[in-house]
Ligand binder design. Structure first.
Ligand code: TRP
Ligand code: SF4
Length: 400
């Protein structure tokens, strides 16, 4: 079978804020220790909605990558790369477009939603309709089995599974499959091959699950099979075809509980964000001037932390004792709002300090970042090429 592999991507929106950190990045940082991970800058995806203004692309890409690194995404553990530097994505997207029913794309919920939301743009474009298929190609080209995404992206992963299933159904039965499978079985060595065929009979004729498991073990133990042959041997065993593309599962990324300065979702475009690059003075000022429970007009008025965006910061940053102190002190008007905000200011600044020191290293020496990305692109491209070779072969395109 194929290896366990995680792929995720973000459109290049420039420097990251605390919402990105507590939502997405902390999750990536955890995953990179547990799985093989690929993290991608989706610059082509940015172009689907911002094709009229490419002027920020370059700075947005590098600012974002620097913040990934500063936050703790580790290029020694994970592969960081840029979508457009691995043009194989485009080839797979094109090939998949031949067999993707138009109706599937029109039915993806983000298509109509975004068109209605972003009214200042003409999104009746070929590229925008194909957004989910490009995303499917991003995932399928690495045969990633897991994709961490936010809730809004779940339909895209479902769509990706459907595309993979259709592809495997159309092309999984390569011409001469039985002959190729048997040739691959021979490579197990004569003893193991004989046992494999016996087990296959037992499974296919008597449905013995145990025989299937044992056969799986034999295949797994064998080191000298190519990926394609391994798939054939697995496919032949169960009477199915070859799994050329892998159907991915989504890993739902919990929305960060941290809200923006005004209590709405934190977003650069709402002007309510704390950037990972905000210096101590800026952070202090942003939090000091942040709105609180509107009921606390005067210092002596009691308040309710649940109506106050500052409390969402406490829930992210403070221990239980401090949270209790806030609830008590706010409801009884024993503490003032500036007093309440101080522990949050300290915690946020302490969190950002090491990140900013790290970001400083990268901003003062951009070749460091470029090298990390060049390296990542090369690694990504290798995997992409392996998949594409099988895809070309399956679709009759690998003739000489
Ligand atoms: N569409 C994703 C978003 O807007 C970004 C993205 C592009 C992506 N390709 C991907 C996410 C592949 C996961 C996997 O957030
Ligand atoms: Fe908000 Fe704290 Fe002021 Fe209460 S005391 S309103 S929780 S800032």
């Amino acid at each position: 079978m194929y290896p366990d592999r995680v792929l995720s991507g973000m459109r290049p929106t420039g420097s990251m804020h605390l919402g990105h950190y507590h939502g997405v990045l902390k999750n990536w940082i955890k995953l990179q220790h547990e799985h093989e991970c690929l993290f991608m800058v989706a610059d082509w995806h940015a172009l689907t909605t911002h094709y009229d203004d490419p002027s920020h692309m370059e700075t947005h890409v590098w600012d974002m990558v620097i913040d990934w690194l500063a936050a703790g995404v580790d290029p020694k553990q994970a592969t960081l790369f840029i979508q457009s530097r691995v043009p194989e994505h485009a080839e797979l997207h094109l090939i998949l477009s031949m067999m993707t029913p138009l109706g599937w794309l029109e039915r993806v919920p983000t298509y109509k939603e975004q068109q209605e939301k972003l009214t200042d743009k003409d999104l009746s474009t070929y590229g925008f309709l194909g957004y989910p298929l490009l995303q499917a190609a991003d995932i399928l080209i690495y045969r990633a089995n897991q994709v961490p995404v936010g809730e809004d992206q779940i339909p895209h992963i479902e769509f990706t599974r459907e595309v993979a299933r259709r592809f495997n159904h159309l092309y999984g039965r390569e011409p001469g499959f039985n002959e190729k499978a048997l040739a691959a079985v021979k490579k197990l060595g004569s003893k193991k091959a004989k046992l494999y065929l016996e087990l296959r009979n037992r499974y296919q004729e008597q449905g013995e699950e145990e025989a299937l498991e044992q056969a799986h073990e034999i295949i797994s133990e064998t080191q000298n099979l190519t990926v394609a042959d391994r798939e054939r041997v697995f496919g032949y065993l169960e009477g199915s075809g070859k799994m050329i593309l892998v159907e991915p599962q989504s890993i739902l990324t919990e929305e960060s509980r941290l809200l923006g300065l005004d209590g709405q979702k934190m977003s650069k475009s709402y002007n309510n964000a704390i950037s990972l690059r905000d210096d101590e003075e800026t952070v202090t000022k942003k939090i000091r001037t942040m709105p609180t429970d509107p009921a606390r007009v005067r210092r002596t008025d009691p308040g309710d932390p649940n109506r106050c965006p500052v409390f969402s910061f406490h829930r992210t940053y403070s221990d239980e004792k401090t949270c209790d102190w806030v609830v008590e002190g706010c409801k009884s008007a024993a503490i003032g709002c500036l007093e309440c905000k101080q522990p949050v200011i300290d915690k946020v600044n302490a969190e950002l300090k090491p990140m900013q020191e790290k970001a400083q290293i990268y901003t003062s020496d951009p070749t460091l970042v470029k090298n990390i990305i060049a390296d990542g692109c090369e690694r990504a491209q290798k995997i992409a090429n392996d998949t594409l070779r099988d895809v070309r072969e399956a679709t009759g395109l690998s003739y000489s």
